[in-house]
Design a protein around this ligand. Structure first.
Ligand code: FAD
Length: 413
């Protein structure tokens, strides 16, 4: 069987960043990334594709061009874990062994959980920025629409980039506003949860745009079925302390954010917690049961916002702690729960939500440059012009200056 110092499961935002961060710290490590995908996506760009700002192609690069040189790419899917044997099992039963394992295969978009959705995606006015091939269809529908009803849905938490469902609504509303058709379009935001955004400091700024676009907010509305040809969407409405009801609404266009859960091969593995996510110490990102396993990105159970911005901070934390572990020491770096959600409230302005565990605000910029609780032009320029190159050329290359890990304050394992 093949054996490596470090095996990384998943070559997404977290996986490539952690491989580079490890190499920068310890160039002699024998590292392998296991990922079956030919293409790596910059998913944060998909909101901008759906808003007509980016081209879809700008958000994709070949996996081969991103795997750091010297790191082995095993082009296969992991099917199972055998942590007692320090082994992962690939599709086709090949075994790969490791001294230390990093788990970051992202999460599963559960399109099939909404009745009738898969067969009508990309047709009948049914779209989603959560898929590379569909985000351009969002912009196509927005441009075509002159009147009627547009529904935007949000499933139960946790989801990746919790702001993305409403970002799609704001950018669509803005396009209709600029074209002078907004008054003829009925915007409905149907959210399975009970709040517009989980950190309350950002809600007042967002509510101004909800009002500007005349959007109706329907809380506790969970999408359960779509009939594409009839153009109807069905929601289970579960308000606290009332019997659930079923509501069906007509639409001309609907933007769906799909239900999300841990990938199946993670959920059934010994690494998972009861909800199916990889069970880590939220400070050191080390597995709670298996000492030679770490995890980062969307797949693990720390209560941070699931974003690439979070993975940007997590990758050097994991790398630092693994290198310390190899040297025989205990964990040295800590992750504070940082995540970021640039809410595109109109073309040219962003409400830049940045926060850590417990909703503590963690602004990266002084207030006079960007006040995250207010719509900001500077934050739009950051998102449009700066964050994509920072992602490709700094985060994925393991450049230290943009995410220095915090020193761990208390001794931990
Ligand atoms: P991913 O980047 O999804 O990578 C997972 C990798 O694992 C993939 O390459 C996949 O092929 C691989 N994999 C899967 N299964 C297996 C297997 N069995 N074996 C081996 N490999 C496997 N984040 C922000 O910071 N800001 C934003 O504005 C933002 N907006 C977003 C908008 C949208 C529409 C979406 C969809 C996401 C957005 N995000 C945003 C979230 C961000 O993209 C994710 O949080 C981030 O990509 C998570 O990184 P990851 O490495 O955990 O997973």
């Amino acid at each position: 069987d093949a054996k490596y110092d470090i095996v990384i499961v998943g070559g997404g935002a977290g996986g490539i960043a952690v491989a580079s961060s490890l190499q920068v710290r310890s160039p002699d490590l024998d590292i392998a990334i296991v990922d079956p995908a030919e293409i790596h996506y910059y998913q944060p760009g998909w909101t901008m594709v759906g808003g007509g700002v980016f081209k879809a192609q700008d958000t994709a690069k070949t996996m081969g061009s991103l795997i750091p040189s010297g790191v082995k790419w095993i082009k296969a899917a992991v099917a199972a874990f055998e942590p007692e044997n320090d082994a992962v099992i690939l599709d086709g039963c090949r075994v790969v062994k490791y001294d230390r394992l990093v788990v970051c295969p992202g999460l599963k978009l559960d399109w099939g959980a909404v009745d009738g959705l898969e067969e009508t995606l990309g047709r009948n006015g049914v779209t989603s920025n959560y898929r590379y091939d569909l985000a351009p269809y969002t912009w196509e529908l927005v441009q075509r629409m002159k009147h009627g009803r547009a529904i935007f849905t949000q499933p139960p938490m946790p989801i990746k980039c919790a702001g993305a469902p409403q970002k799609a609504m704001y950018l669509s509303g803005d396009a209709w506003y600029r074209r002078g058709v907004l008054k003829d379009i009925d915007i409905q935001f149907n959210n399975a949860g009970g709040v517009l955004f989980g950190v309350k400091d950002y809600v007042p700024a967002l509510m101004k745009y909800v009002e500007k676009y005349g959007a109706t907010l329907n809380f506790f509305h969970n999408l359960v079925a779509i009939d594409g040809s009839a153009k109807t969407a069905t929601f289970k409405v579960s308000k606290p302390d009332t019997e659930p009801t079923i509501v069906t609404m007509d639409f001309d266009m609907i933007h769906v954010c799909p239900p999300q859960k841990a990938p199946d091969f993670i959920r059934v593995s010994p690494l998972a917690d009861e909800a199916g996510w990889v069970d880590v110490d939220q400070t050191t990102l080390r597995h709670k049961t298996y000492d030679n396993i770490w995890s980062l990105g969307d797949v693990m159970n720390a209560p941070n916002a699931k974003t690439a911005a979070a993975a940007r901070k997590q990758a050097p934390t994991v790398a630092e702690n693994i290198v310390a572990d190899i040297a025989g020491g205990s964990a040295v770096a800590q992750y504070d729960g940082y995540g970021s959600c640039p809410l595109t409230v109109e073309r040219g302005k962003i409400v830049l939500a940045e926060f850590g565990y417990g909703g503590a605000l963690k602004p990266s910029f002084p207030k006079f440059l960007i006040d995250g609780t207010k719509p900001s032009r500077a934050a739009w320029i950051l998102k449009e012009k700066m964050l994509p190159p920072i992602y490709w050329w700094a985060m994925l290359k393991g450049k230290e200056w943009m995410a220095k890990p915090e020193r761990l304050q208390v001794a931990s394992r």
